[in-house]
Design a protein around this ligand. Structure first.
Ligand code: ADP
Ligand code: MG
Length: 587
């Protein structure tokens, strides 16, 4: 019998471990930015090529490293941040596990230049797949520059898993926001393929939000602030009117670290209780400071999951702080709890004698004599209808369109009720519109020019640098759909025409929601780009166009719907029509 167990060489072990720490360029970016902050840098510059695939470089003015530390930092478990296990309960730095640089060096070509502030010369080191290729003294500015080149050059499987550049870049930008939002006292820049995307100056959190998302964002938030023995809370909660259907900017930080904590997020959402329509989500940027001994961040290598000792208390404090923030600014201006409501009845003119109200009625009216009315159907009509169908299952074949325009009823500006050969059809108006608009928008080879309306006044829309890039990418598609849109400057777009169903006043939120939808669908690798864009546009136009309709408008909508090849579901697969069969009605 021969022995079969080996101890893996460090380079292999590091490569395996690297999978946990660095799975895409964005995670390398996170580790390097965190190291620079831990080194006490006040200015940190991030330089990318090809969404980080070819180059991720971070340059800082932090403390720098000595010659031997520069070599040592690439060893596994090499860290200057903790010495004993006890230190794990008093962590004030972003890193502490000493594995990021070892992992990165195992799967990339790394060039480090670093100099201590009081040293005359610095050190330059080149490492490739965990092996030091060269080390020499070098003149360089104080601080550290770490360049990660050709990530995964020796792990083709990982490299092949990378998504296209726009997706990888959006992951990096998310990492960048998660760090820069809460470290607003530091300066950051982000350069991609030679283009400066962000130049963030030190300032307040609100200024940082404005720098990242555009100046117009400032008006969308209320400040939240609270201090107790357990926690200090500071940040901004979104005004209810800016809530979105998709979870937008929801950022929670603890001790300078972005975290995901479903219970605390729920605490914030609960504060909005009745202020928001169903299924919309508020935006918020909230930074918590707690005693490091009351929190465990060492649950997962990427440290976004944390555990709090006092989670119940924190939940209550956060919810009430958020409620207070919303209450102080919304309710106070609209309602006053202290004074009873007043009825605004103007004083009666002198000599005015009040009259008893009179009601007129028809004494001959008999409700059991049927009156012909547009909206009332006779029972006989229903009996003559064809086979009943199950309420819950609506086979498409039963959706025969009405032969001639049938009377329609509108319910709550939301449903249209009409008759079909198979029964009473309840049509979800908004979804029907979504289907119609989707079919209308989808570019057809036989129709060259899309329909579009010229705006009386051009409308300016502003975006964050990241969103502006995406807008530029989507511009040709948007023009295909009937928008006339042009970029002016770095982050502003001017619309001069839109498809007929878009209202100009809504353009900014319209595009924002479209970008949010689009990002969500590309990140999930949904359908193709034009389809998902088209579906998002149609959905939004439909939401905005759902109002009370006249009889003719309803009939037109029903006719338009049945002209669509897939009248029964929305582009997103939601059911549009429910049939109530005659049996059901007879009961
Ligand atoms: P950790 O951050 O968990 O300590 P890393 O592998 O990220 O582990 O870094 C290892 C060590 O290298 C750090 O503890 C720190 O001493 C040093 N180091 C890394 N990056 C920098 C930097 N930008 N400036 C100064 N020192 C650094
Ligand atoms: Mg680190």
């Amino acid at each position: 019998m021969s022995d079969i167990i080996n101890i893996l060489p460090d380079s292999v072990a590091n490569q395996i471990a690297a999978g946990e720490v660095v799975d895409r360029p964005a995670s390398a970016v996170k580790e390097l930015l965190e190291n620079s902050m831990d080194a006490g840098a006040t200015q940190i510059d991030l330089i990318l090529k090809d969404a980080g695939r070819t180059l991720v470089q971070v340059i800082d003015n932090g403390c720098g490293m000595s010659d031997s530390d520069a070599r040592l930092c690439f060893e596994r478990h090499a860290t200057s941040k903790i010495h004993r296990a006890d230190d794990l309960f008093a962590i004030r730095t972003m890193g502490f596990r000493g594995e990021a640089l070892a992992s990165i060096a195992a799967i990339a070509q790394v060039e480090l230049r670093t100099r201590l502030h009081d040293a005359e010369l610095g050190t330059a080191i080149v490492i490739e797949g965990s092996r030091i290729a060269s080390q020499q003294p070098q003149a360089c500015p104080p601080g550290t520059s770490l360049a990660v080149k050709n990530l995964f050059f020796n792990v083709p499987a990982r490299r092949n898993f990378l998504k296209k550049d726009s997706v990888e870049l959006s992951h990096i930008e998310e990492v960048f926001r998660r760090i820069t939002l809460v470290h607003c006292d530091l300066g950051f820049t982000l350069q991609h393929n030679g283009k400066l995307l962000y130049d963030l100056k030190p300032g307040s959190m609100l200024q940082r939000i404005a720098q990242l998302y555009g100046n117009f964002y400032k008006e969308r938030f209320f400040p939240i602030e609270e201090e107790t023995d357990l926690v200090r809370i500071k940040g901004f909660v979104g005004k209810p009117e800016y809530a979105r259907k998709t979870r937008g900017e929801q950022y929670l930080f603890v001790n300078g670290r972005f975290i995901k904590h479903p219970a605390l997020s729920a605490a914030v959402e609960r504060a909005y209780d009745d202020l928001l329509p169903d299924r919309s989500h508020p935006s918020y940027f909230i930074a918590l400071q707690v005693d490091p001994s009351r929190i465990d961040i060492n649950i997962h290598p990427n440290k976004t999951e944390v555990r709090f000792v006092d989670d119940h208390a924190l939940f209550a404090i956060l919810r009430s702080a958020a409620k207070k923030a919303l209450g102080q600014f919304t309710l106070a201006t609209e309602l006053s709890f202290d004074t009873p409501p007043e009825f605004n009845i103007p004083p009666a003119p002198k000599g005015y004698v009040p009259q008893q109200p009179r009601i007129s009625y028809n004494p001959d009216y008999n409700p059991f004599h049927a009156t012909p009315s547009q909206t009332r159907m006779k029972l006989d009509d229903l009996k003559n209808l064809t086979a009943p169908t199950d309420l819950n299952e609506t086979p498409t074949s039963d959706l025969r369109p009405p032969a001639s325009p049938h009377a329609c009823l509108q319910l709550q500006s939301r449903y249209i009720i009409t008759t079909l050969s198979s029964g009473l059809a309840v049509i979800d108006q908004q979804r029907a519109l979504e289907r119609i608009l989707f079919d209308r928008l989808t570019p057809r080879p036989d129709l060259r020019a899309p329909t579009s309306q010229t705006l009386l006044f051009p409308v300016n829309c502003q975006f964050s640098a990241a969103d502006a890039e995406l807008m530029a990418e989507l511009l040709p598609d948007l023009c295909d759909y009937g928008f006339a849109l042009e970029a002016v400057g770095q982050t502003t777009f001017v619309a001069t025409a839109t498809p007929p169903d878009v209202k100009e006043a809504d353009l900014q939120p319209f595009f924002e929601q479209m970008l949010a939808d689009y990002k969500a669908s590309t990140l999930q690798r949904h359908a193709d780009r034009s389809q998902s864009l088209c579906a998002s546009l149609a959905r939004q136009m439909a939401v905005r166009a759902s109002t009370a309709l006249s009889q003719e408008e309803m009939q037109q909508l029903v006719a338009d719907l049945f002209a669509c090849p897939m009248a029964d579901t929305t582009p997103g697969g939601k059911r549009i029509i429910t049939i109530v069969n005659p049996e059901e009605l007879l009961k």
